[in-house]
Design a protein around this ligand. Structure first.
Ligand code: PMP
Length: 523
């Protein structure tokens, strides 16, 4: 009897798409910076992985020290799920992260930790916390206005103050001179303003996750727009354009009316309603094409947000946990962040975790009583993350130095390729082990195949399939910048791995230079 192939019930559509480019291989073994698969002819291939979990494998695949620690934790029968009890491991992890914050970000202010399971979940937690905080700020503002109204009423009743005639025109009750009409209109307008949904700010090209709310902070329209109705919206600010940021803030600001008594006169003044939920940024934007945020623009954002009272959320999910050559990529640009988010490499590529760290001055303790998750904050992931931190911090930060040294070597090779193929390679960017190589746009390519694949947005898959099948190199483009390939290996990247990539990229460049019609075909 012939064996019937099992139906594909998980990601069948994606698998079909991958198959068109020879990318539907099954990796069966991995260690360090390599993956292994067996091809259709039964040959085993060692693939150098430059995608490395899209940032989750800073310490490599199946890191043996981390795997050993995982076995110890399980063998010791340390309870994994004990919700509503003391969690010393989670607390130790928060303390270890705080120690690094103090050292790298130069602040003694404690950051409180909220745990989730993934990057996007941590972003959702940050969104919820920011909204919880915003509502309380709104209540404080509106409560203050009510106090001012009572004080003004008392002054008018006692005859120690008079309403300024312009106040009636200003709020649109011209014709009336009754204090209570004025107040009724002030309240009506303020109620309408207070019903404005929160607005988040982020930078063009950003990626902050794919869950119901976080997807609205992710720039890629194909991912974002079908789900617009589900959640609060974001405005995407062009990077390095302070004037564009100022215009967005001025267009979106929502005024409320306050009533003040000054020198015996009751006046109406405008105040800003806290409509801005938070400014989310990545110190190095991964999916935007590996683009480090400039120190200058980070400062502008911090200043604008301080004026608005809106928190700055530093999403270090991809660029953090040592990849940039420091634990926090924000430390290179002097950015502190009111919230800091980590995930991916934090759990060593073996467990899953995500954490939001909120600085004390912005932390709302009551949030802990209304947010939780069964798997957030489990002992296993906390202990693994502690192990990761211990490994990163060992020998005075040897792992960070390795990220710089390996990254510099890899970048020098990418720069050399660019220098030899300026007609094909547009740019090389990034820092540490988070690098990108951008090809020139091929939408007008002479080769029909290359042109059409570019126009259909699949040239990246065609090149990735070629790199995999012909050169045993694994990498992909970034999600929102489809001409940029990502190079985010682990610190175990070898010189021979860099040489293998060098050969492979030069072959890609030759195909593009020659406009070789079937150069990337592998199936
Ligand atoms: N933020 C950033 C900066 C990311 O790069 C990613 C993942 N690419 C996420 C959030 C979402 O993380 P996850 O895939 O774990 O949900």
């Amino acid at each position: 009897m012939n064996a019937v192939a099992a139906p594909v019930l998980a990601d069948a559509n994606v698998r079909t798409m991958l198959a068109q480019f020879g990318l539907d291989v099954e990796y069966t073994r991995s260690e360090g910076n390599a993956l292994h698969y067996t091809d259709e002819e039964g040959r085993e291939h060692r693939v150098v992985d430059f995608a490395c979990g899209f940032g989750s494998l800073m310490l490599g695949h199946n890191n043996s020290e981390i795997a050993e620690r995982a076995k110890q934790i399980l063998d010791a029968k340390i309870p994994v799920h004990t919700q509503l009890a003391r969690h010393s491991h989670t607390n130790d992890l928060a303390a270890a992260l705080n120690k690094i914050i103090q050292r790298e970000l130069g602040t003694d202010e404690p950051y409180y930790a909220l745990f989730g399971n993934s990057g996007a979940e941590a972003v959702e937690i940050a969104i919820k916390h920011a909204e919880f905080d915003r509502l309380q700020r709104a209540q404080e503002l509106l409560g203050g206005i009510e106090d001012h109204i009572s004080a003004a009423r008392a002054a008018v009743t006692e005859g120690t103050a008079q309403v300024s005639p312009e106040a009636y025109d200003q709020v649109g009750v011209a014709g009336s001179t009754r204090f209570e009409d004025l107040i009724a209109e002030v309240r009506r307008r303020n109620e309408a303003a207070a019903a404005t949904p929160p607005l988040f700010l982020t930078i063009e090209g950003s990626f902050h996750g794919k869950l119901a709310s976080s997807i609205q902070l992710t720039y890629n329209e194909m991912f974002r727009t079908p789900f617009k109705a589900l959640s609060a919206q974001a405005r995407f600010v062009p990077a390095d354009q302070p004037d564009a940021l100022a215009k967005i803030v001025s267009d979106e600001r929502v005024p409320v009316l306050d009533v003040v008594v000054e020198d015996g006169t009751v006046r109406v003044v405008e105040r800003d309603f806290p409509v801005f939920g938070a400014f989310f940024l990545e110190p190095i934007r991964g999916e935007a094409g590996i683009r480090p945020l400039s120190r200058e623009f980070a400062q502008v954002i911090e200043q604008v947000c301080a004026e608005l009272g809106c928190p700055v959320v530093s999403d270090e999910i991809q660029c953090g946990t040592g990849r940039s050559g420091a634990f926090f990529a924000a430390s290179h640009i002097g950015l502190r962040g009111d919230y800091i988010i980590l995930a991916k490499s934090l759990a060593g590529g073996i467990a899953k975790t995500g954490v939001v760290l909120v600085r004390e001055g912005r932390y709302r303790q009551d949030f802990e009583l209304i947010h939780s998750s069964t798997f957030g904050k489990d002992s296993f992931s906390s202990l693994i993350a502690l192990k990761v931190i211990e490994m990163l911090e060992a020998d005075g930060g040897q792992a960070y130095r390795a990220a710089v040294e390996r990254g510099d070597k890899l970048k020098a090779m990418l720069e050399a390729v660019r220098a030899d193929f300026p007609d094909v390679v547009k740019d090389v960017r990034g820092r540490g082990l988070m690098l990108g190589l951008e090809f020139h746009d091929q939408s007008e390519a002479a080769s029909e195949v290359i042109r059409e694949q570019t126009q259909h947005g699949v040239i990246g898959f065609a090149v990735a399939g070629y790199l995999l099948r012909k050169h045993n190199i694994r990498t992909f483009t970034t999600a929102s910048a489809l001409h940029t390939f990502r190079f985010e290996p682990s610190i175990h990247l070898g010189d021979e791995d860099i040489a293998q990539l060098d050969t492979a990229l030069r072959a890609v460049c030759e195909i593009l230079r020659r406009q070789d019609e079937n150069g990337f075909a592998v199936v």
